[in-house]
Structure formats: structure tokens, C-alpha cells
Design a binder for this molecule. Structure first.
Ligand SMILES: NC(=O)c1ccc[n+]([C@@H]2O[C@H](COP(=O)([O-])OP(=O)(O)OC[C@H]3O[C@@H](n4cnc5c(N)ncnc54)[C@H](O)[C@@H]3O)[C@@H](O)[C@H]2O)c1
Ligand SMILES: [Zn+2]
Length: 335
């Protein structure tokens, strides 16, 4: 199936299709120099499959992991384009998860003030969330995504078949973001997640989540307001993530915990069941003082309060300003 992101001159298509990797040339303009960016954890055959459809491909493979979403690797990508004589009419294709897409996208956004970028997301998280919406970035000086840009892709190709090689814990990680979108914006999708086995219905889950994200991004491409709904579970989640250490708990696992804190009791009970079912954590032993300390570093804290997304009932959301001490109390009560 095909979705289109309607953003005026920045519009693009999102293709969701099994085996689509082999059809990339049908959807992307690959008749030029193409920098294919991938990482060491992504099976090499995926990038090779794209390369075989390009006129002049160059593959850059960086070491996997969030710690490599950094200035040094970003520079390596730019250097390669300079060395190979990339012009403004050449392009970049990311073949990997969110780390790869964010960094390759930022290289494309900044090279010659912006060249074409295509995304072939290969993790569930990147397929349901990070590959669409145009946010690209790298981490810097210990801060996540602190240097980046808005640069919409020219096309996104989602091949659910690549998830066969993705470890189950990474699949669950991506499921957290899909659950986030259903819980805040789509009661029907949430009911679907409750009734079915989401792992067996992965294509419907991807399409459902992307429709929600597409709607939100179309209304608020630069995150001036509504798009912040996508941060449901993320304020508490990010703080837990930084205290636990980025590798100990996955992002989606922290978001799962964060969502439980921010949902009202009734939706919380439903969330808990769905999270349990897909193998995400619903309990966590932690040092609440350290989590609160980490939360104080949040960009969104002002005068001791934080604006958070709450879910009063499944399929609905509010933006609320909550004092940090109240948040600490809630965390103790829920987790
Ligand atoms: N731009 C956005 O809007 C946005 C939204 C959410 C998250 N993000 C970013 O996304 C990143 C997280 O993305 P992620 O969860 O995809 O992590 P990731 O890119 O690190 O991928 C996770 C692991 O899976 C491996 N992998 C990827 N595809 C595979 C496959 N098909 N088979 C086997 N292994 C595979 C990777 O090598 C990596 O080790 C974070 O940096 C986060 O900031 C961005
Ligand atoms: Zn997230």
C-alpha cells in the first residue's frame, strides 16, 4: 500500500510492501550518484540490494549503536560525498534504523544546503515512527538530537520482510511507539492491538501508526504544537533512559514505562495489558530522586513544572503542566 505525506512542495510517498527493497528503483530516482548509508548491525544484503539498482552507488557502513550517531560519523559521510564529487542533484539513501536515518538525513540536509534524501527504514521503530516526519539529527556533547534540521525525505520505502532479521526485543521496542500513537490518537487501532497479536499483524500495525503520524505531521510539520502529542511517555521515558544508561534499557522500553505514568487509571490498565502482551516492561525498580534530577534537565521544564502529554481515555490526549514534585509522586505510585 501507499500513503502520501501532503506537505505542499515537500510532499512524498510512503510505500509499505513486502519485498519492496527489490523494487526501490521504481519508487526512488536512483539514476545518479547515490550515497547508501547503513550500519554494521543491518544485514549487508539490504544495502547491496539497493546499490544494485543505482547507477553510481557508494556504500558507507558505520559501526552500529546510538553512540555512533555523532559528529565524527556525520563528517565521514560528508567527506565521502565531497571525495566522490557529489553535486546538488545527487542523493542519499538510508538503509537502517533510526540512528542511520537520522544521521544520513542530516548529512543530506546539510550537504550543499540540502540534497535529496530517501529512507529505507529497517527497524520497527523507524518504520512506524522516525522515518517519516523530516526530523534529522545527531547527538552532540552528551545531548540527544541536539544538532539537526527539518529535512523531509523524497520517499520512504518500508519492507516488512526485513523485520525477520530484527531481534524480538527490537521489535517490541518499535511496538512501543505504535502503541503510543494508538493510545493518544486512535481508539480503534488500540482495540486492534488488544484483540489481535500485533506481531502477527505487523503490516496493519505499521500502516495504522503511520497514518496517525502522517496526520499529525501534516498539521504541524515543525512541531509548534500538536506534534508534541508524539512525546506521550517521553518526558518520564527520557529521564529513565538517561538514568538507566542508554544501552541498559531500550528507548521504547522507557517510553512504555513513561506512558503508564502519564495515563489515567482506566487507560493505564488497558495499556499495561497491551505492553505486557508485546513484551515491554510495565514495572521498574529505580532511584526516583535521580530520575527527577534527570527530568530537571528536560528542555521543557520551566519554573519547576513540565508540560506533558496525558491520556484521559484511550484515543484522546491533553497537554498538561505538572509540577515536578507531583510527577515524582505519580511515578512512585505507578511504577
Ligand atoms: N527522527 C525522528 O522523528 C525520530 C523519532 C524516534 C526516534 N528517533 C531516533 O531513532 C533512533 C533509534 O532508532 P532504532 O530504534 O531504529 O535504533 P537503531 O537504528 O540503533 O537500530 C537498532 C539496532 O538494530 C540493528 N538493525 C537495524 N535493522 C535491522 C534488521 N532489519 N535486522 C537486524 N538488525 C537490524 C541496528 O544495526 C542496530 O544495532 C534514536 O537515535 C532516536 O533518537 C528519531
Ligand atoms: Zn520515541
Amino acid at each position: 500500500m501507499m500513503l502520501s505525506m501532503d506537505l505542499g512542495s515537500d510532499s512524498y510517498n510512503i510505500v509499505i510492501e513486502r519485498g519492496a527493497l527489490a523494487q526501490a528503483a521504481q519508487y526512488f530516482q536512483l539514476n545518479r550518484k547515490v550515497l547508501i548509508v547503513t550500519d554494521s548491525g543491518v544485514p549487508a544484503e539490504y544495502a547491496e540490494k539497493i546499490a544494485s539498482q543505482c547507477q553510481t552507488p557508494f556504500i558507507e557502513t558505520f559501526p552500529q549503536g546510538e553512540e555512533h550517531k555523532n559528529m565524527q560519523i556525520y563528517q565521514t559521510l560528508l567527506k565521502r560525498m565531497v571525495q566522490e564529487g557529489f553535486s546538488r542533484s545527487d542523493c542519499v539513501v538510508a538503509v537502517g534504523g533510526g540512528v542511520c536515518g537520522d544521521m544520513a538525513g542530516f548529512a543530506a540536509a546539510s550537504y550543499m544546503r540540502g540534497i535529496d534524501f530517501y529512507n529505507v527504514p529497517t527497524t520497527l521503530l523507524s518504520q512506524v515512527d522516525s522515518s517519516i516526519g523530516g526530523k534529522v539529527a545527531i547527538d552532540f556533547e552528551g545531548y540527544k538530537n541536539i544538532v539537526g534540521a527539518f529535512h523531509q525525505p523524497k520517499g520512504v520505502l518500508i519492507d516488512p520482510d526485513v523485520l525477520q532479521t530484527l531481534p524480538p526485543r527490537q521489535v517490541a521496542n518499535g511496538m512501543a511507539e505504535a502503541i503510543k500513537m494508538a493510545a493518544t490518537c486512535d481508539a480503534d487501532l488500540f482495540a486492534f492491538l488488544e484483540e489481535k497479536d500485533p506481531m502477527q499483524e505487523i503490516e496493519s500495525v505499521i500502516a495504522g501508526a503511520l497514518k496517525i503520524k502522517k496526520n499529525v505531521v501534516e498539521q504541524d510539520p515543525k512541531e509548534k504544537g500538536l506534534r508534541r502529542v508524539l512525546n506521550f511517555g517521553h518526558s518520564v521515558g527520557h529521564a529513565i533512559e538517561s538514568v538507566a544508561g542508554f544501552s541498559a534499557l531500550y528507548h521504547g522500553e522507557c517510553v512504555a514505562l513513561g506512558m503508564l505514568v502519564m495515563a489515567a487509571p482506566k487507560p493505564r490498565a488497558r495499556l499495561k495489558k497491551v505492553l505486557d502482551k508485546v513484551g515491554l516492561p510495565t514495572e521498574y525498580t529505580y532511584d526516583s530522586a535521580r530520575v527527577i534530577e534527570a527530568m530537571k534537565m528536560d528542555k521543557k521544564v520551566s519554573e519547576g513544572s513540565l508540560t506533558v502529554v496525558t491520556v484521559p481515555k484511550i484515543g484522546a490526549f491533553d497537554f498538561e503542566q505538572i509540577p515536578l514534585n507531583e510527577l515524582e509522586h505519580k511515578m512512585k505510585e505507578v511504577l
